[in-house]
Design a protein around this ligand. Structure first.
Ligand code: ZN
Length: 370
């Protein structure tokens, strides 16, 4: 299958997650956030981006020696990983992407352009800030520093997923903003294909990538669709099967499975009863993101080379949330700061970056979820 075909397919597909889709998740906005405003639209866009990334991963799954896949997984895991992404993308597991000549099967294109979301997404609710329906005893909280987002199950329906998107997640742009930066951001690191480095990093991550991370934690989405899900993914102490975040011993290499640097290192761990690679969410996320950007940017990205590759995005996008700082400038000096874009967000949800009187420096952070 040619990548051009995939890109065309991608561009021709209708937007997933539109409110008209009966399987659309619910979007929950706290008081003070306009449901039709910019921040609400960013949340909806993040969900669409998560689906697009998963769809791209599903459609470009290459059974013949894919170096990106083998960076994050073992070749024998290809079918399982493919089924996970097809489930998110709502592509039937039992149809071939390619026709007999190795081209894109026209039936696939017709099907994907007409199909909506996986119906299970009707049991998902995504909120800005802590989800109001979560149990206060869940142990997760947007007020905890560094929390980008987290998923818990509903109090009323243990199958239903509740995702809370916390303030730091807005540091991440949309796929579109990374690919086609707004005016003034073209030369900033992390904006445009030429500024994504030559290796996997969190500069590849849009807000929808964080949301994709949380979707991958939602075991109910997969357990009835992905064959052998409950064999590959062990039972958790919470009594369900879901893909987790690897946590290693202190000082271990790696000590966690978070981020583009740690995730490939899990392949080096000694084999256990369950494969660590298929049991760590960011192996899926960064495999998918590396594939996505390799196609959009028509170049390959190498493996991450340093732990700091997981923290490059921290101040790249949301620096506009800082209160205005006096800029020492001489007359005629060109403005070096990118223009402010979305001050509305920090005004409504400050506290982490900005508490209305004091700017709080951005800290290093990791993914958090269940
Ligand atoms: Zn996680």
């Amino acid at each position: 299958m040619s990548w051009l075909s995939v890109i065309l397919l991608f561009l021709m597909s209708r937007a997933h997650g539109d409110p008209v889709d009966p399987a659309s998740p619910a979007f929950v906005f706290p008081q003070g956030v306009d449901p039709q405003g910019a921040q609400a639209n960013d949340l909806r866009q993040a969900f669409k981006d998560a689906i697009v990334i998963a769809r791209m991963a599903a459609l470009t799954m290459n059974p013949y020696c894919d170096p990106v896949f083998e960076r994050y997984f073992f070749p024998t895991q290809l079918q399982f990983v493919s089924n996970v992404f097809r489930t998110i993308a709502n592509i039937p597991l039992d149809i071939s992407i390619e026709d007999l000549n190795g081209g894109l099967d026209p039936a696939i294109q017709a099907m994907i352009t007409s199909r909506g979301l996986n119906p299970t997404f009707s049991l998902l609710s995504i909120s800005i800030g802590n989800h109001p329906d979560r149990s206060p005893n869940s142990g997760d909280d947007c007020a905890v520093d560094d929390t980008d987002a987290y998923l818990v199950h509903s109090r009323d329906n243990e199958d239903a997923g509740l995702i809370s998107m916390c303030t730091p997640v807005w540091d991440y742009p949309s796929l579109s903003n990374i690919l086609n930066p707004p005016a003034g951001w073209e030369n900033e690191i992390g904006f445009g294909c030429n500024n994504l480095l030559d290796r996997d990093s969190d500069l590849m991550t849009p807000a929808g990538g964080v949301l994709l991370h949380e979707l991958l934690h939602w075991g109910f989405l997969f357990e009835n669709e992905v064959p052998n899900f409950e064999t590959v993914i062990p039972l958790t102490s919470g009594g369900d099967h879901h893909i987790r975040d690897y946590l290693g011993p202190p000082g271990g290499i790696p000590d966690t499975g978070y981020g583009p640097y740690n995730a490939p290192l899990l392949k080096n761990l000694p084999p256990g009863p369950y494969s660590v690679t298929t049991n760590n969410v960011d192996n899926y996320v960064y495999f998918a993101l590396s594939k996505y950007w390799s196609i959009q940017c028509t170049k390959w990205f190498a493996q991450s080379t340093t732990p700091s590759d997981a923290f490059l995005r921290n101040t790249a996008w949301n620096r506009y949330s800082q209160p205005a700082q006096p800029q020492p400038q001489s007359i005629g000096e060109p403005q070096s700061q990118p223009p402010l874009k979305r001050s509305i967000i920090h005004d409504l949800f400050g506290g982490y970056h900005h508490n209305s009187t004091t700017y709080i420096p951005v800290k290093t952070r990791t993914w958090k979820a269940l």
